[in-house]
Design a protein. Structure first.
Lengths: 96, 75, 341
C-alpha cells in the first residue's frame, strides 16, 4: 500500500513548453543584426563593439540598435516585433 | 533577467538570438532559459564585474567574445 | 516500504524554503484558511515572476497558512499579492537583482487594527503574528511560485533580514497627522495597502533636537549615503518617524505635508561630495528625471527625485528615533490600493 501523505505539497514546478531554436543562417554576410540595449552600464559599448566587429569580420551589412526603457524590465512587445521585422539575427544585453 | 526574455522572444519569432550576461548572473540566466523552455540555450558570459571598466578596456574585452557571439547566431 | 515523513523536514528541505519551519498545509487547514475570503478558490491572481507560476486565491491561501496566518489575514495577503504584480512595482526585476530590497507593506485602515497588524513598539519585528505572518506569506509566494531563490534565479548579494517579512501598520494612536493612505487621498475608513521596494531600515537617533530644523537635518542626513541608490537613481524611500520625533514637528506647527516637503528639499548632497565614493557616475546623474549639472561640484543632488517617491509614515514606539528605508536602483515605483475584506 502506498504511503499517503497527510498534507498538501504546494511546491511549484510544472512542465514547461519547449521552444525550438530558430533556424540559423550559414553565415552572416549581408545580414542585418539587431542589438537590444537594456541600458545597463556598459551595454551600449559592448553592443556597439560587437556590431562593428560583426560588420568587419563577418560581412554583416548593417546593425539596428534599440534601447529598452529600463534594464530590469522586459522589452515592450512592440520593440521586439519591430526589430524582428527588420533584422536577421539579434543580440540582447547586458544581463546582470 | 530580461535580456534572456528578449532573446527568447526573438527566437519565438524565428530570429536567431543570443544574450550577453556577466558571470555573476550566469545561474540566473540558466534558470531563466530553463524556465522559458530553452534550457541550455547558448549565451555569452563576460567576466564580472565590467561596470568599472574604462571604455577602451571594455571594448578590448568585448572583442574577445565576438567570434563566440557570431557562432551562436549562425550554423 | 512505508516510510514516515517528517512534515517539518519535508518543507525545510525545499529549495524555496525561507529556512524556517512552516505550518503544514493539510486539506483541513486550507479549507479553514479559505473561510477568510469571499473570493472563489480558483480565481486567478496572476503569474509570479520569474518562474511565472500562477497564483490563485487557493494557492495564496496555502502560502498564507504555511506562513502562520490566521484566516482573517487572508484578504490582506491576497490584496498584496495582486498589488505587487503591477508593472510599475517591478517584482520581476527585484526577484533577480543583486540588491536585497523587499516589498515593505504599510497597511492602513480599520481592518489592519482589527486583525492586529501592529504599528507601535517593535512593529518592525519580531513579535507580532499579523506583521510576521502576512509579510512572510508574500515572501513564500515569491520564493515558491516565483522561484526567487538565492543562487538559482536571484543574484542577491546579501539578501536582507526584511526579506523574511516586512509588514507593519502606522502608530495611529500617537500619530499627530493623517495616515499615509489619507495623505494619498483615501478615506480614513478605507482599508489600504502601500508597498515600496526598500531596504531594511537604518536608524536616525536624535535625543538632542527639540525643534524640527535640527531634527529634520539629522533625518535628511540618514537619507543620503554615498552607497545608497537613492543618490544615484530615482528611487523610493520610506521614512518612518517615531511618534516622539513626529510630535516635535507637529508641536512646532508643521503638518505632514510640511515635513514631507522639507525632507524632499533638504535631503541631498553636492556633486563634489558624491564623487568621492559610492555609486557616483556622471551618466547616472544625467538620467535623473530632474535637472542637475554633474559637472558642477556645487550642484545639489536630492535623494528624492519626485515627491511621490517618499513614503512618510509615523510608526514605532515612544523614543527619539526615526527609521529610514532606502530604495532600489532598478526602477520600481511604490504601489497602493484599497482592498475588500
Amino acid at each position: 500500500m502506498a504511503n499517503r501523505l497527510a498534507f498538501v505539497d504546494p511546491s511549484a514546478g510544472g512542465k514547461k513548453e519547449t521552444i525550438l531554436l530558430a533556424a540559423r543562417p550559414s553565415d552572416l554576410v549581408g545580414k542585418v543584426v539587431g542589438l537590444l540595449d537594456n541600458t545597463k552600464e556598459q551595454a551600449d559599448i559592448i553592443l556597439q563593439t560587437i556590431g562593428e566587429a560583426l560588420c568587419e569580420r563577418y560581412g554583416v551589412e548593417r546593425v539596428v540598435i534599440r534601447r529598452k526603457e529600463h534594464y530590469s524590465k522586459p522589452a515592450a512587445v512592440e520593440i521586439i516585433d519591430e526589430m524582428a521585422a527588420e533584422v536577421d539575427v539579434a543580440i540582447a544585453g547586458l544581463g546582470g | 533577467m530580461c535580456s534572456v526574455h528578449d532573446t527568447v522572444e526573438f527566437e519565438k519569432r524565428g530570429i536567431p538570438s543570443t544574450t550577453i550576461v556577466t558571470a555573476a548572473f550566469r545561474k540566473a540566466a540558466d534558470f531563466q532559459f530553463r524556465g522559458k523552455g530553452m534550457e541550455g540555450h547558448p549565451y555569452v558570459v563576460l567576466p564580472h564585474p565590467v561596470s568599472n571598466l574604462q571604455p577602451a578596456d571594455m571594448r578590448e574585452l568585448t572583442m574577445q567574445f565576438v567570434d563566440e557571439v557570431a557562432g551562436y547566431l549562425k550554423s | 516500504m512505508n516510510e514516515q515523513v517528517d512534515e517539518f523536514e519535508f518543507f525545510l528541505e525545499k529549495d524555496w524554503s525561507d529556512g524556517l519551519p512552516v505550518v503544514t498545509p493539510t486539506e483541513e487547514r486550507i479549507a479553514r484558511m479559505l473561510t477568510g475570503t469571499k473570493r472563489p478558490p480558483d480565481e486567478v491572481i496572476g503569474p509570479i515572476p520569474p518562474a511565472m507560476e500562477i497564483a490563485t486565491v487557493e494557492s495564496v491561501a496555502v502560502h498564507a497558512l504555511m506562513a502562520g496566518c490566521k484566516p482573517g489575514y487572508l484578504p490582506v495577503v491576497i490584496a498584496a499579492t495582486e498589488m505587487m504584480l503591477r508593472d510599475e512595482f517591478n517584482v520581476n526585476g527585484v526577484q533577480g537583482t543583486m540588491h536585497g530590497v523587499a516589498p515593505m507593506m504599510i497597511v492602513n485602515g480599520p481592518y489592519a487594527e482589527e486583525i492586529g497588524i501592529h504599528g507601535g513598539n517593535g512593529c518592525m519585528g519580531p513579535g507580532f503574528r499579523a506583521n510576521a505572518a502576512i509579510g512572510r506569506a508574500i515572501r513564500l509566494i515569491l520564493m515558491n511560485l516565483g522561484a526567487g531563490i538565492p543562487g538559482v534565479s536571484s543574484m542577491t548579494i546579501f539578501g536582507m533580514p526584511s526579506r523574511y517579512t516586512y509588514c507593519l501598520a502606522e502608530n495611529m494612536e500617537d500619530h499627530p497627522w493623517d495616515s499615509l493612505a489619507v495623505s494619498k487621498g483615501y478615506r480614513p475608513d478605507e482599508n489600504v495597502i502601500t508597498m515600496a521596494m526598500v531596504e531594511s531600515p537604518r536608524f536616525c537617533f536624535d535625543d538632542v533636537s527639540d525643534e524640527p530644523d535640527r531634527l529634520l537635518n539629522g533625518v535628511a542626513d540618514t537619507m543620503v549615503a554615498m552607497g545608497s541608490w537613492n543618490m544615484h537613481t530615482r528611487s523610493d524611500m520610506v521614512v518612518a518617524m517615531g511618534p516622539q520625533h513626529a510630535a516635535i514637528c507637529a508641536n512646532a506647527g508643521m503638518s505632514r505635508a510640511d515635513v514631507h516637503s522639507r525632507l524632499c528639499e533638504i535631503a541631498g548632497r553636492k556633486v563634489g561630495d558624491l564623487k568621492n565614493g559610492g555609486n557616483w557616475r556622471r551618466e547616472r546623474a544625467l538620467a535623473f528625471p530632474i535637472d542637475v549639472d554633474p559637472d558642477d561640484d556645487d550642484s545639489f543632488i536630492p535623494a528624492i527625485k519626485d515627491p511621490q517617491d517618499l513614503q512618510l509614515i509615523v510608526a514605532g514606539g515612544w523614543g527619539p528615533c526615526t527609521a529610514v528605508c532606502h530604495g532600489w536602483s532598478g526602477g520600481s515605483r511604490a504601489v497602493h490600493g484599497s482592498y475588500q475584506v
